[in-house]
Write a new protein. Structure first.
Length: 376
């Protein structure tokens, strides 16, 4: 676990972030808007209630920065769940071991993974995200590495969103062609983290917090972090996510860092969302993060409604998933027979999402050009 990151986070306890945001004045927001490089104090100002009246100015600057660093392109990717077996009990998740549904749990065989990959590649996708629950015995790192090798036969770009690993395991994934690791801290607030993670390795906050950095040190080229919005005060968790991303940009300078904004909307019956995040708050968070981290990619999943996703495109988004299923085998093998992790909101087929991206004045990119460049 990086002591440097822990020290940075501890330097900004929730109370301090909240207080600075509450006290931010119009002059603080003006200053934050004008600066070339923004400080954590500027980020507090941009996340503040007082900045709500400046969202249009923030949007203009966010758009300018995103176009400068990323052009007018949106990368397309698709998730592929290879297993929904999970031994952890994260109270907000449909895969949690205590949610039951034993008969709907599956780990895809190599033949099934191949079939799913074939179907997704035929749709035009060239970038895939492989996902599992936390089940080291049912789905060990070696099985994930084998799945990655299969996926690499179909996709130039393969990323994983799986349980936290040691650096040697990330090194093996890298050797098998994995170029991206997504791992959400869910919440950076230790107390809330302990309250929602009740069984499993994921209970170890520090081990999870250090996972992205271990992946970066292993050579993984794309690191993606995020907080599960709704678990804790979005301003504070957003602020801590930004500090984490900035730390990774420095500690793993050879990797690109991106941020996802998963927002809790559909949750299991036993769970009440403690800190619901509105559309407007999500917009403010994305804009503030863009101004603080102009070079970070922003990922937007199908958790959000189609019309809202379309509106977010010009505000800093750089990659979008489309046509997603959150069930193993959900594309061609098992349909709706297996347990889903969460309900998606944007059910449009990939081609329709691509059309919406074009309508917003951006080019959907199915191929990862960076990867092609790396191989030359
Ligand atoms: S969030 Fe991940 S580890 Fe937790 S229950 Fe869901 S699948 Fe398992």
């Amino acid at each position: 676990m990086s002591l440097e990151l822990l020290t940075e986070l501890n330097h900004w306890p929730a109370g301090r972030v909240r207080e600075m945001a509450a006290k931010a004045s119009p002059a603080d927001i003006d200053r934050a808007l004008k600066r070339e490089e923004r400080t954590p104090a500027d980020l507090c100002a941009l996340l503040s209630p007082a900045a709500v009246s400046r969202l249009e100015d923030m949007a203009r600057e966010a758009q300018r920065l995103t176009r400068w660093h990323f052009g007018r392109t949106i990368g397309m990717y698709v998730p592929l769940y290879i297993s929904n077996v999970c031994g952890a009990d994260c109270t907000y998740c449909g895969y949690a071991v205590r949610s039951g549904n034993k008969e709907k749990r599956r780990t895809l065989t190599e033949t099934e993974i191949r079939r799913e990959c074939e179907a997704l590649a035929a749709e035009g996708f060239q970038s895939v995200l492989l996902l599992t629950g936390e089940a080291r015995r049912a789905v060990p790192p070696s099985t994930i590495a084998d799945a990655a090798s299969i996926a690499r036969e179909y996709f130039p770009s393969v990323a994983v969103e799986i349980y936290s690993l040691d650096q040697p395991d990330y090194e093996e994934l890298y050797r098998r062609g994995v170029d991206g690791v997504t791992i959400y801290m869910e919440t950076y607030d230790r107390e809330t983290y302990g309250r929602v993670h009740l069984i499993g390795e994921k209970m170890d906050y520090d081990y999870r917090l250090g996972a992205s950095e271990r992946a970066g040190k292993a050579g993984i080229r794309r690191l993606s972090v995020g907080a599960l919005l709704g678990l804790f005060d979005w301003r504070v968790d957003g602020f801590w996510t930004a500090l984490h991303a900035r730390h990774l940009q420095r500690a793993c300078w050879q990797s690109s860092v991106s941020i996802s904004f998963p927002r809790l909307q559909h949750v299991p019956e036993r769970f009440d969302i403690p800190a619901l995040v509105t559309d407007k708050e999500l917009v403010q968070l994305m804009l503030a993060m863009r101004l603080f981290l102009p070079e970070a990619g922003f990922n937007l999943s199908t958790r959000e409604r189609p019309e809202f996703r379309d509106k977010l495109i010009p505000l800093g988004v750089t990659t979008m998933s489309a046509g997603s299923s959150t069930r193993p085998g959900g594309y061609t093998t098992y349909g709706e027979e297996t347990l889903e992790q969460f309900e998606i909101e944007d059910t449009r087929p990939p081609k329709e999402v691509a059309k919406a991206i074009r309508a917003a004045g951006y080019e959907p990119v199915w191929k990862d050009y960076d990867y092609a460049f790396d191989q030359e």
